[in-house]
Design a protein around this ligand. Structure first.
Ligand SMILES: NC(=O)c1ccc[n+]([C@@H]2O[C@H](COP(=O)([O-])OP(=O)(O)OC[C@H]3O[C@@H](n4cnc5c(N)ncnc54)[C@H](O)[C@@H]3O)[C@@H](O)[C@H]2O)c1
Length: 398
């Protein structure tokens, strides 16, 4: 009996020790963040950021600003006062429901994470007030609207970035490194896929019902994949595709799109965006070179790299798993990975504002081109024609 009691005291002791260690770690972590912020404020380098839209993504965006170290959350605007309050928790930031008050706040930049059909009005207001903008994907629900946002950014000489955060996922960075380092040789063609099971995935009509959403699978899960195709191809200048609405019958919202695209050098990408994927959410990119192939997929996150000295030579295969990500996503959710990518993207947004040209962040042209491609596929499908698009390149300020 006495032995059991001694063991129980020892166990309690261990528990208290563990709890204390956790508390001390959290205090130190908080101290580190405050120290970083004070240091940067002294150097006059803290970027003051506001958020419009404090839903699922906006709450994560708020956390990314709070935890980043070089940024300060100044205000959050939402039509729901409760959502705005939740996003500013443990900060001095203002929770607001009045747009005039929000856009009148002294800030450097805003992140727009509201439903897509509200993006244009909010982006234009932000540029009118001289703020840089990071807007969630898709940039807007029509090509014309995206163009107006891009034009407003240029006229205001402000940075426009688009939230294609998948660029920061490790499986994508691995592909980019394999191409840039020449590991797979010269790129010959690309294969891209993005899909999920469709309508049951959506909580609100604005997420899938055209014309509010701007379209179907190509504007939803596909928009990230179109961006990745362009990220790896450099540019997309030719599009031919077939879009269908035979599964869910939502007018204007394709539930499947099968697409061929080409960059100006003639390198093709074969691409499918779908809302009828039987095994749930999945996306992958395969890049084939003349000396190998690199594949990246999610979820779960995985890379495969196959290399050979020349076509027909013996192959070496390497598979990369991400057990830490797998475990964190199982224990918590996909939000852990998304939050990490938002922090990296935020760092690049700040760097872009400060004049860096070496970032991975998607600019306004990336946002525009991805919506142009979605529109081109629908046009190509309707008229059975090849759509040609001009080279956009990188967006310049001013
Ligand atoms: N980067 C990604 O991987 C990713 C993933 C999901 C969604 N998104 C995008 O993020 C955006 C938001 O999506 P979500 O899932 O967070 O939606 P959500 O419905 O959870 O949140 C939207 C929020 O915006 C608020 N809102 C709506 N209209 C507003 C207005 N005019 N002014 C102020 N607030 C307003 C709502 O009250 C709500 O709190 C969308 O553009 C969506 O496409 C991006």
């Amino acid at each position: 009996m006495a032995q059991i009691r001694v063991k129980s005291i020892a166990w309690q002791g261990t528990q208290i020790g563990f709890t204390r260690a956790c508390q001390q770690f959290l205090v130190l972590h908080k101290f580190e963040l405050v120290y970083q912020r004070v240091k940067l404020r002294r150097q006059g380098e803290t970027m003051r950021i506001g958020i419009v839209g404090a839903g699922k993504i906006g709450q994560l965006r708020a956390r990314s600003i709070k935890e980043h170290g070089t940024t300060e959350l100044r205000a959050v605007l939402d039509v729901s006062a409760e959502s705005a309050r939740k996003a500013v928790a443990r900060t001095q930031a203002l929770p607001l429901t009045n747009p005039e008050e929000f856009f009148g706040t002294a800030m450097d930049a805003v992140i727009i994470s509201t439903p897509v059909h509200t993006h244009e009005e909010l982006c234009l207001k932000a540029f009118h007030n001289n703020f840089h903008v990071l807007c969630e994907k898709p940039l807007s629900n029509t090509v014309e609207s995206c163009q107006r946002i891009v034009d407003a950014a240029v006229a205001a000489d402000r940075v426009l970035a688009v939230g294609f955060n998948l660029r920061y996922y490790p499986f994508v960075s691995f592909i980019k490194d394999s191409i840039d380092s020449g590991t797979i040789g010269d790129v010959d063609h690309i294969r891209v896929f993005g899909g999920h099971e469709g309508l049951p995935k959506f909580a609100c009509e604005w997420e899938y019902k055209a014309p509010i959403s701007g379209g179907g699978a190509l504007m939803d899960v596909g928009i990230h994949m179109t961006d990745l195709a362009r990220y790896f191809l450099g540019e997309i200048t030719e599009v031919v595709g077939i879009a269908t609405e035979k599964i869910w019958h939502v007018e204007g919202s394709e539930d499947n799109a099968v697409v061929l695209m080409r960059n100006p050098e003639g390198i093709p990408a074969i691409y499918q965006a779908t809302w009828s994927e039987w095994q749930g959410y999945e996306c992958y990119v395969e890049v084939y070179g003349n000396r190998g192939m690199v594949r990246g997929s999610y979820a779960p996150m995985k890379n495969i790299l196959i290399t050979q000295d020349e076509p027909g030579a013996p192959r070496k295969k390497k598979t990369i798993y991400y057990p830490d990500i797998l475990v964190k996503e199982k224990l918590f959710s996909w939000q852990v990975t998304a939050l990490k990518s938002f922090k990296q993207e935020l760092g690049d947004f700040v760097a872009l504002i400060n004049g860096s040209t070496e970032t991975s962040i998607a600019d306004g042209y990336a946002g525009l081109r991805s919506v142009e491609v979605a529109a081109a596929v629908r046009q190509s499908s309707e008229n059975r024609e090849v759509i040609h698009l001009p080279v956009l390149g990188q967006m310049q300020r001013g």
